[in-house]
Design a protein around this ligand. Structure first.
Ligand SMILES: NC(=O)c1ccc[n+]([C@@H]2O[C@H](COP(=O)([O-])OP(=O)(O)OC[C@H]3O[C@@H](n4cnc5c(N)ncnc54)[C@H](O)[C@@H]3O)[C@@H](O)[C@H]2O)c1
Length: 356
């Protein structure tokens, strides 16, 4: 089963020569990184920034003198001069702000995860379709050159038959108040794995613990079953002594590791594995041969994923083509998170995912 793209988010396109005007809502930790990248898009500008915090707006204006700002997000949503809205506010506000932006005829890029429940994600997708607008989820890693490289390795057959994927995203903090560690970090892992494999999981099992704050999961172990027998394990934590961003794909021809903290040697492709050449003559006995071949560190041209993401958003708006991380792709991540929570509530049993 391959991942359905979903109904294309048909767009109200904007001619290449016309300046694309972005509005941004939210300028906390993540907003500044995206504003820098939105602002440098060709033939585009950030026309208005909204944040409830006066202090955050003052900070933005010290970096971008003359940037129009407002403490009222409705100014962005109601401005007829704005074509597209980027939303970088806490999860609980994503749906309301995105819904209002789409209803006002704006293309929308919402930070991950798209919404805090699947029903709301479906409502946004339907509204975007009805209005002919782009809806995109901020799945940053789908725009990373390294992840793109892993996808090519997988789809080219270079890895052989893929057995399993392992992904860990650990750090000490940053604790959030608006989302637990699964809603905060696992969207990255889920979206990366789905993007690389081109499919979504059929079942999810999860265990988690709320070590520091009662009721707020800060460490989780999530198992995903994909079609064709591929399994994946995702470990996310805000309670780890050091930062770890490790991703491994194990195939029967090659194995590959991706360490996002490893400077310019992030990806290593190993010609390693176990071969079962033939069965020995004795009944039930077989010989394994371990292959320790070369390790290749490929050159992957560095590009800032956020820059690629912003360019992709602008191109989708201009072309009307559905973006890579369109609403349906965002919905699948939300549905997987919901299934993981159901599994935790049921003691870690596998919960079948039911994608639209
Ligand atoms: N793609 C990534 O890699 C990545 C990384 C970090 C955070 N994020 C996402 O970005 C979003 C924001 O996270 P953050 O860490 O920047 O949070 P934050 O709390 O640091 O910043 C949120 C900002 O939004 C403002 N805000 C809150 N409600 C608002 C509203 N209704 N209208 C206008 N402004 C409002 C706050 O004043 C604050 O400045 C989250 O969805 C998070 O998951 C994505």
């Amino acid at each position: 089963m391959s991942l359905p793209l979903g109904k294309a988010d048909a767009a109200t396109t904007i001619a290449p020569q016309r300046t694309l005007r972005f509005g941004q809502i939210g300028y906390g930790y993540w907003g500044p990184l995206m504003l820098r990248n939105l602002a440098k898009q060709k033939n585009a500008e950030v026309a208005l920034l909204a944040d409830l915090s006066e202090k955050r707006l003052a900070d933005a204006q010290s970096t971008y003198p003359g940037l129009p700002v407002t403490q009222n997000p409705a100014d962005v949503l109601n401005s007829s001069a704005i074509d597209a809205v980027y939303i970088a506010t806490p999860l609980a506000t994503h749906f309301e702000l995105a819904h209002q932006a789409l209803a006002a005829g704006k293309h929308v890029l919402v930070e991950k995860p798209l919404t805090d429940n699947a029903a709301n994600a479906r409502t946004l997708i339907a509204l975007a379709e009805a209005k002919g607008l782009i809806l995109m989820a901020g799945h940053t890693f789908e725009y990373s050159p390294e992840v793109e490289y892993l996808r090519k390795l997988y789809t080219s057959g270079e890895l052989g038959r893929t057995y399993y994927i392992n992904s860990s995203r650990l750090n000490l903090g940053l604790f959030r108040r608006d989302a637990d560690v699964m809603w905060d970090l696992a969207p990255h892992d889920f979206s990366m794995i789905n993007f690389i494999l081109g499919m979504a999981p059929v079942a999810v099992s999860a265990r988690g613990a709320a070590c520091v704050h009662d009721g707020l999961i800060d460490v989780a172990y999530i198992d995903l079953k994909y079609p064709d027998g591929i399994i994946a394990h995702v470990h996310v934590s805000w309670l780890n002594p050091n930062k770890e961003r490790r991703f491994t794909i194990v195939g029967d021809r090659r194995m590959v590791s991706y360490d996002d903290t490893a400077g310019n040697e992030k990806i290593k492709v190993y010609d390693r594995g176990v071969d079962r050449p033939d069965y020995a003559s004795t009944f039930g006995e077989f010989q394994l041969s371990y292959r320790y071949g070369e390790i290749v560190i490929p050159f992957v041209k560095g590009e800032e994923p956020l820059s690629v993401e912003c360019q992709h958003f602008a191109e989708a708006i201009r072309s009307g083509q559905p973006p890579r991380s369109n609403g349906t792709v965002g919905l699948h991540v939300v549905q997987t998170l919901e299934a993981a929570h159901q599994s935790i509530a049921q003691g870690g049993v596998y919960v079948a995912t039911q994608f639209d």
